[in-house]
Write a protein that binds this ligand. Structure first.
Ligand code: GDP
Ligand code: MG
Length: 430
């Protein structure tokens, strides 16, 4: 994706503003890039349409390249679409009950252990893990291994084939033994089927969890969206857990799921170990979808490339003795932005003398800027016009400077041009 964004931003290089024309192909590229990151087509289209409207309406700061502004808008939009702020699991109730739902292999058992571990470690609450997968004999064993690893008790009834009854018994057990949180791991099938849906819906109705989490493998891409939709329609879960985010998935599923089911993603799994659990952060995920690190770097490159071109334009003008007050003003403002004189001294021979008494660290207009602003466009382009005393007087009045100061600026500017001419003859400008 970073390469796509790179190319997209490339097209905006050197454009001063975001316009319908220069943004159209970039938007198309970003849309394609989102689809490549597993974002569902309809959502990618909707997102980029929104981004376009926003980009066109947004004023582009002069100091920012349009590509930079556009990426910022895309990043903001994606963040907003994924819920803006991180969302916590609801652990209210005594005990609080968390129910897992999801396909087989999605990572329910692993996540149950991670969550129990987190609650115990961070909140110092007594947690009970419950094994409700009655179909695979190994399932209970797997949860017990996890429980031992993290030091959390596991409730299981190996001879009971009714998961609803096991869940209810476990909650009773938790109440009498003062557990604060119950984490219920359930069975899943390889595909969505009616038996599984009915079972999870019945467990939910029986134990009334404060939090039902839908666990989904982020690597499954588009399928994740369909699964999320089916589960949400049936059990109306409270939040999503995206597992296997340590794989090379770019996380487009996060955006699609959020958009389709409108439920917050709360956690991401980032590995098989019990500690590999993170709170879902929309901002970070937006960056991951966009591969922002790289893209931002490229924007910066694009920007300095633009500056480099401006510098080349300037040198061309200097070579042709066309250097005028507009160029001088632009340089002056550049230097003010950078807050240093050094570059100007290097770039413009003779300016150090001119700027000796000028405070460039100041945000306000320097007297030199004020005088140049008081010149007409013709005067700025044709400095010879300024030999006229009436013009000098007008500029002095307009800028609040004395005629002597105006005279000094003009003299020094002309000296500077002469020096450039000499350097040109000597072949010093390459
Ligand atoms: P369940 O069938 O839904 O209970 O899924 P499991 O918890 O048994 O996980 C299935 C497989 O995925 C196991 O091999 C886990 O170790 C692995 N797994 C689960 N979560 C993650 C994760 O966040 N990252 C990685 N790399 N593997 C995971
Ligand atoms: Mg399992």
């Amino acid at each position: 994706l970073s390469q796509r964004i790179e190319e997209a931003v490339h097209k905006l290089k050197g454009k001063g503003r975001i316009t319908e024309v220069n943004v159209a192909s970039t938007i198309k590229d970003i849309r394609r890039a989102l689809i490549d990151a597993d974002v569902n087509y309809k959502i990618a289209k909707q997102v980029t349409d929104d981004i376009k409207v926003e980009a066109l309406g947004r004023k582009v700061l002069k100091s920012l390249a349009p590509g930079q502004v556009l990426i910022k808008i895309v990043h903001e939009k994606l963040t907003e679409l994924m819920g803006g702020k991180p969302q916590e699991a609801n652990l209210k109730g005594s005990p609080a009950i968390v129910l897992m739902a999801g396909l087989q292999g999605s990572g329910k058992t692993t996540f149950s252990g991670k969550l129990a571990n987190l609650i115990q470690q961070k909140q110092h609450k007594k947690v009970l893990l419950v094994a409700c997968d009655v179909y695979r004999p190994a399932a209970i064993e797997q949860l017990k291994v996890v429980g031992e690893q993290i030091g959390v008790e596991v409730y299981a009834e190996p001879d009971n084939k009714n998961p609803v009854a096991i869940a209810q018994n476990a909650v009773e057990h938790a109440k009498t033994h003062h557990y604060k949180v119950v984490v219920v791991d359930t069975a899943g099938r390889l595909a969505i089927d009616e038996v599984m849906m009915l079972e999870i819906a019945q467990i939910k109705a029986a134990i009334q969890p404060s939090e039902t989490l839908f666990v989904v493998d982020a690597m499954t891409g588009q399928d994740a969206v369909n699964t999320a939709k089916a589960f949400n329609e049936r059990i109306d879960f409270d939040g999503v857990v995206l597992t296997k985010m340590d794989g090379d998935t770019r996380g487009g599923a996060a955006l699609s799921i959020r958009a389709v089911v409108d439920k917050p993603i709360k956690f991401i799994g980032t590995g098989e170990q019990m500690r590999a659990l993170d709170t879902f952060r929309p901002e970070g995920m937006a960056g991951r979808i966009l591969d922002m690190g790289d893209a931002l770097l490229l924007v910066n490159e694009a920007y300095s490339d633009e500056e480099r071109k401006a510098q080349e334009r300037l040198q061309r003008k200097m070579r042709k003795n066309q250097f005028d007050y507009n160029d001088f003003l632009a340089q002056l403002q550049n230097i003010k932005k950078m807050g240093s004189l050094k570059d100007l001294i290097g770039a413009l021979p003779g300016t150090n003398k001119l700027l000796r008494n000028t405070d460039l660290s100041n945000e306000s207009l320097t007297p030199i800027e004020a005088m140049i602003y008081s010149m007409t466009p013709q005067e700025r382009q044709k400095p010879v016009l300024l030999r006229d005393a009436n013009r000098q007087k007008r500029i002095a009045n307009g800028s609040g400077n004395s005629i002597q100061q105006v005279g000094q600026l003009i003299k020094q500017f002309e000296d500077m041009r002469k020096m450039m001419k000499k350097l040109n003859k000597g072949g010093k400008f390459k």
